[in-house]
Design a protein around this ligand. Structure first.
Ligand SMILES: [Zn+2]
Length: 292
């Protein structure tokens, strides 16, 4: 098409642009939805670059109302928690530093570390921890499962589908938040959710399920069918990620925008609120009540 010089065309095109722009705004009712972020890390290599108050300011700026935080080491989580105790929900990570995700489950020193932390601080869960298949039966992981039982903690698990099944075999009442929905296909996530009522999943780093305009068919069906089980998460797994939380949040907001509003609300914050209700109920003048 050649250049259109007709000024009326430009005038009309301008009006059309304004109309479509304001239409888009009208549909974006989700822009103000509060967000519960289930997947934040504040690890040792971020502390020096971003102070706790600044990290919290950046998260709040995105409309986040509450965050589940786990860090390598746990000191990062405690620093954030001290800065904003009602904003941060601490989750205990079994790693002292980055780089242990492949072999931590064979390191017996993890157990006294977890015991010590659980005795001195209050948590909603243990994780995010990385495990696959039969590693779920390693002695360290077995101990973690028994600690989750003892302290009534949820497990934030980055794993394949097999490990999820193996954890439920050992602890049928486990409450599991499956990080990244295991990077699994919708059909597999759906089958596991059908089977285990206490299985939820976060959608962090699942860019492929939503291209910015539409949700993959299998996923839109699953998000509707199990609308009570999905949560959002920025997953600030490395310092660089802290610099990219705005576009990551934009992707999440765009996803919420195309979902029916009732489902969007659940995924944005209602499911998160529900998931940690037991943790909030357990508050006793800020003192950890320990074993249920
Ligand atoms: Zn993570």
């Amino acid at each position: 098409m050649g250049t259109i010089k007709n000024p009326i065309y430009h005038f009309l095109a301008g009006i059309l642009f304004l109309l479509s722009f304001s239409d888009a705004n009208a549909a974006n009712t989700d822009k103000s939805l509060p967000i519960f972020d289930a997947h934040i890390h504040y690890s040792h290599d971020v502390w020096d670059a971003i102070a706790p108050e600044e990290a919290i300011r950046r998260l709040r700026e995105l409309g986040i109302k509450r965050v589940m935080v786990s860090s390598s080491s746990d000191e990062g989580t405690q620093r954030l928690y001290q800065a904003a105790p009602t904003f941060v929900v601490p989750v205990l990570r079994p790693y002292l530093k980055r780089g242990t995700i492949e072999n931590w489950m064979y390191d017996e020193t993890v157990i006294p570390y977890l015991n010590e932390r659980l005795m001195n601080y209050r948590y909603a869960g243990i994780g995010e921890l990385h495990i696959n298949g039969e590693q779920a039966y390693s002695p360290v992981m077995q101990k973690i499962i028994s600690l989750a039982k003892q302290y009534n903690l949820l497990l934030h698990v980055h794993s394949d589908a097999k490990a999820i099944e193996f954890i439920f075999k050992q602890y049928p009442d486990a409450r599991i938040l499956w990080a990244h929905a295991g990077f699994e296909y919708a059909v597999i996530v759906g089958k596991l959710m059908d089977k285990y009522d206490n299985l939820s999943a976060d959608l962090s780093f699942r860019g492929e399920i939503f291209n910015g305009k539409s949700v993959m068919k299998a996923w839109s069906i699953l998000l509707e069918r199990h609308a009570d089980r999905f949560l959002l998460g920025l997953d600030t797994y490395e310092p660089q990620r802290w610099l990219n939380i705005k576009p990551a949040m934009q992707w999440q907001r765009d996803l919420l925008d195309v979902l029916p509003v009732e489902i969007a609300k659940k995924i944005a914050f209602e499911n998160g609120d529900k998931m940690i209700r037991f943790y909030d109920d357990k508050k006793n003048n800020g003192k950890y009540l320990g074993v249920e």
